[in-house]
Write a protein that binds this ligand. Structure first.
Ligand code: CAP
Ligand code: MG
Length: 424
């Protein structure tokens, strides 16, 4: 298929634009690879077909309007009519579907999608978003502190609730279930929710602080809805969804039901798609997608913890989900977010007090900092671990070096000593 290269073309306001990194297979020119990718992701196939007519090609044909052979970058504008408003699965089946499996490409990575206004506004975006979450928490000028109950799975519902209480009274604002804790024989969903919410209320009374529980409702869609309603009915304000394994459509169903619960997006399995720098889909593209569908908080990485992702990449994602308008640069397309609310960034994965200064230096304070091992691994236990994290955050925001602040804050001193030689 050919005839899609149109280097003078200026994308219209209704075009959806994709930026790809393309590495053709042997004997395939870069232009040929671009043409075949443009065809297969829109109206074409491997050969011309007698059933195609000029009007379809004009109305729905893609336009490859930028090519940079040296960097392996191409930008393709797709007429908006190719896509169904409000249907994220269909958008990805088009521009992130068959093309990844085509023999003529050795590698292919979808770097960014620029959503046109009418498609953007066919999605609800976050119900609450960053600013309302902060108001709900009554915490406006410091990072929110969260923990993930550890061990990941294995505690029974009562023990889970107890550990949550210990974390809340130690200084955590937020406690979440781990991504693989749902409704197992050793920890039933209903019992865990009711017991943990009871301990949340107790922790609020004891500390005078607002406390949040992120209950993992990930399941088959109807069951996930039932669980989210259960959380709401028992006084929960937030649910957690493993958004990649649950899928775009299940997440859309949950969001569009508008149950009156905020949605925390865990991204387990994202790295199967996002990690390879030459093939797959960037986390930036996925993050934009989850902002559109409408999560309130989203894991974006830490740059300093145990998961891959450079400081620059993580900062780009943070900016993309928090700003109103994104300017085009390097491999990031411009994007107007209009009425779509900002999402609060979640930094998690191998965090502990010693790394808080570099985390905040890289990503600022408009984040949720989550630590599992970095709290429950404290030699003096969960409560001390949470206190040590709060002390580290306070020290950084007040401009004290951690070692100095630790002189008269023993929980922090013990944490710094315990993890001083950790390398990630
Ligand atoms: C962190 C965590 C989170 C990861 C997710 C875990 O625990 O609970 O799921 O952070 O990674 O299971 O590893 P630790 P990301 O604090 O003990 O590492 O946020 O990059 O998606
Ligand atoms: Mg986890």
């Amino acid at each position: 298929m050919s005839g899609y290269i149109n280097l003078g073309y200026e994308p219209s306001r209704d075009d959806l634009v994709c930026e790809f990194y393309i590495e053709p297979n042997k004997k395939i020119t870069f232009e040929k690879a671009c043409e075949e990718i443009a065809a297969e992701s829109s109206i074409g196939t491997w050969t011309d077909v007698a059933t195609m007519d000029k009007r379809i090609a004009e109305r729905l044909g893609p336009r490859i309007f930028q090519i940079d052979r040296k960097r392996g970058i191409a930008k393709i504008a797709y007429p908006g009519e190719l896509f169904e408003p409000g249907n994220m699965a269909q958008i990805y089946s088009s521009v992130a579907g068959n093309i990844f499996g085509m023999k003529l490409v050795k590698n292919l990575r979808l770097l960014d999608i620029k959503f046109p206004e009418y498609l953007r506004d066919s999605f609800p975006g976050p119900k609450y978003g960053m600013h309302e979450i902060r108001k709900l928490m009554r915490v406006l000028n410091r990072p929110l502190l969260g923990t993930i109950i550890k061990p990941k799975v294995g505690l029974d519902s009562l023990m889970h609730a107890q550990v949550a209480y210990n974390a809340w009274v130690g200084g955590c604002d937020i406690v979440k279930d781990d991504e693989n804790l749902t409704n197992q024989s050793f920890n039933s969903f209903e019992k865990r929710i009711t017991e943990t919410l009871k301990r949340r209320d107790q922790a609020e009374r004891v500390t005078g602080e607002k406390k949040i529980y992120l209950a993992n409702v990930t399941a088959e869609t109807n069951e996930m809805i039932r669980r989210a309603k259960f959380v709401k009915k028992h006084g929960g304000e937030f649910v957690m969804v493993d958004v990649v394994t649950a899928g775009f459509s299940a997440l859309q169903t949950l969001r569009n039901l508008d149950l009156g619960v905020a949605i925390h997006a865990h991204r387990a399995m994202h790295a199967a798609i996002t990690r390879n720098p030459k093939h797959g889909i960037t986390m930036l593209t996925l993050a934009k997608t989850y902002r559109l569908i409408g999560v309130d908080t989203l894991h974006i990485g830490t740059a300093v913890g145990k998961m891959e992702g450079s400081a620059e990449d993580v900062r780009e994602i943070e900016e993309e989900i928090e700003e109103k308008k994104i300017k085009e640069r390097k491999e990031v397309l411009s994007q107007e977010w209009g009425r779509i609310k900002p999402v609060l960034s979640v930094c998690s994965g191998g965090l502990y007090p010693n790394v808080i200064p570099s985390l905040i230096k890289n990503l600022g304070t408009d984040i949720i900092i989550q630590a599992g091992g970095g709290i429950h691994g404290h030699p003096e236990g969960t409560t001390a671990g949470a206190t040590a994290m709060r002390q580290a955050i306070f020290a950084v925001q007040s401009g004290y070096p951690l070692e100095e602040y630790a002189r008269n804050h023993k929980e922090l001193a013990v944490a710094l000593r315990t993890w001083k030689n950790v390398k990630m």
